[in-house]
Design a protein around this ligand. Sequence first.
Ligand code: ADP
Ligand code: ZN
Length: 730
Amino acid sequence: MSDLIADITINAPLKQVFSYLVPDSLAEKIRVGMRVAIPFGRRNTIGFILELRSGDGSGLKSIKELLDEQPLLNQDLIRLLRWAADYYCHPIGQVVRTALPSGLGSDKGTAKILHEPVYTPLPKESTPQGQKQRELLEFIETHQNVALGVLRCRFPNPHASLKRLIELGFLQQDFQEVHRDPFLSEPLPDDLQLTLNQEQQVAVSAVAAAIGTGGFTPFLLHGVTGSGKTEVYLRTVKKCLENKRQALILVPEIALTPQLVARFRARFESKGVRLAVLHSGLSDGERYDAWRAIIRGEIQVVIGARSAIFAPLREPGLIIIDEEHEASFKQGEGFRYNARDLALVRGQQQGCSVVLGSATPSLGSYYRSEQGALQRLSLHKRTHFGNMPKVELIDLTSQPPEGVLANRLIEALQENLERREQALLLLNRRGFAPFLLCTDCGQSFHCPNCEITLTFHQREKLVRCHYCDYSEAPAESCPKCQGLNIAPEGAGTERLEQELIDLFPGVRIARMDRDTTSRKGAHQKLLQQMLERKVDVLVGTQMIAKGHDFPGVTLVGVLGADSILNLPDFRAAERSFSLLTQVAGRAGRSCGGGQVLIQTFNPDHYALGCASDQDYAAFFSQELPFRQELGYPPFGHLVNLILSGNNDKLVKSSAKQLANQIGKVTEKVEVLGPSPCPLAKLRGKYRYQILLKSSDRPALRRLIDKIEPMKNMILRGVGLVIDVDPMDMF
Ligand code: ADP
Ligand code: ZN
């Protein structure tokens, strides 16, 4: 006899898929992509249906309940997730959970909401009897449409009373959707009617033609800062919508890109196009609402960060990855996927165009465009003002500054302020000073959980760990020599801000870093103040380098340019080049030109030289041979095995044994290490890594499959993380 069988994954670190019998009562309604309640071992859990098939169901347990009325993911996305689970060697259940909006993928929280009921008061003369009912009704009357979630927060167990109020005719219950998205209530800028320049036109036509064919075509849009990439995005999205397909736009960090979102809304909303902005500020309910609207096909354009790559658009025709070089497209923990790379896979699977855009493409993407795997479209010129900013390197080895700022930069700031123009200063470290030092004996202060110095925050009067957030009061005397001369060493944004206040009294100075933007809306407020010219000098971490269009900025200063260059990472030069080029590109976006000053101890380094010439091609041709020589990406593929645990010796010996075992079975894969991770201790755990490197990806893959069984033999009390295509090596 043939039964209906569901292959189900659960949220657990298990690679297996489990088969369950679909009872007749559910057979009509059940679909792939729905969640179900199932018995699992001695408990019940939530499962996710990956596949439905007919077969022999004898001996299988039955599904208990169907939790969704519509699938949460469509077949195409499930195919993408299965591909990703395999490629990144991550359990499918956890991959599914990462893809689903938070609250839906786990057993906890709001996992069971199907619809959010909303209550509206009905006109009625009398008042209800019970005290609780009266309070509930009063609350609903003052707020009108109130969602159940809101009531649950204010009133313990409101269900019985609500039910009674409905029966008595005081309330009406609906399942309408409530749209409360703060991003969508921002005032809109004017939609500029721009005439495309020659290069933009070429780019738009190429992508439009590809969209027209309806197949997979990947592009690299390499456009210098201020070359009008956004306008290219807007036009190609329009083309995609005309083709009756939807568009997906991914940005590195949605909270940092209100301007981009606003430009999309200004262009499309007036034409009746519905956009969804998926961002971390959404509540679970809002995210769920947006998700369902996307599934129902009501949304044509989705803008979001990394995880939006899993947005369940039915038939995407165009996927855009803005600032494709950004490391934040790679998830750093759990399911370590790279949304940029998955965009290309999704494009291939669903037959759509993919545009990777950047002023400083990742070396890998540019290499692939050289090889012809990505079609390169270049915008060499800035739009209406032509000139790129003038960049100058200030050599600190010959003239070390007294404070944080070199004299040359102080003079330039002075002149800029006299002209009443705005300046940006980048210093990629928050806090006052990276560490406190006993100047008598050289003792410094480390985090007890992480192998790293504690950063001194003057305003908070604390030393703080930037990895685990541990904090304590700064020591008044040295625990080693009892000396009293403890001084902050080095500089962070707080110190720079202080120095500016001392140097330029009365000047309006603002700071943008994680400390000043942690409150909701704080970042947007700072951006607004910059645009309204209520700030003369904006100090900040790399946050200020990200895509902003500040027309009033004519001077950009970079401090601590060497900090990234000195990171123990083969991408250190690429990262420095990219950050410096991006921040330099913030200067002179409306007036033409602009000035950029970079303070450095490495004025001869090619990454800095190329950044100051804004010459991507030169950087590429100098960096590539290093990668080739060492077999690093894009020439070789990497997988990093990270072992961690509470006992240093145990982790170390496990790592050694594992490396040994791997060494015995490997072919065509180089095994490097084990070595302590650059962050050898993090959040109380000791960490070692084994780096696998090969130019032969299938060989690398075969090797990883052999590691799985070794794991159980060797590692006790030690965790193993497999990071495929690692982005940072900490
Ligand atoms: P980026 O390439 O750095 O993302 P933007 O898309 O932010 O550049 O564009 C920079 C500025 O140029 C914006 O203010 C935009 O409105 C303007 N712009 C873009 N295209 C044109 C054009 N064809 N003509 C005039 N101005 C343009
Ligand atoms: Zn720490």
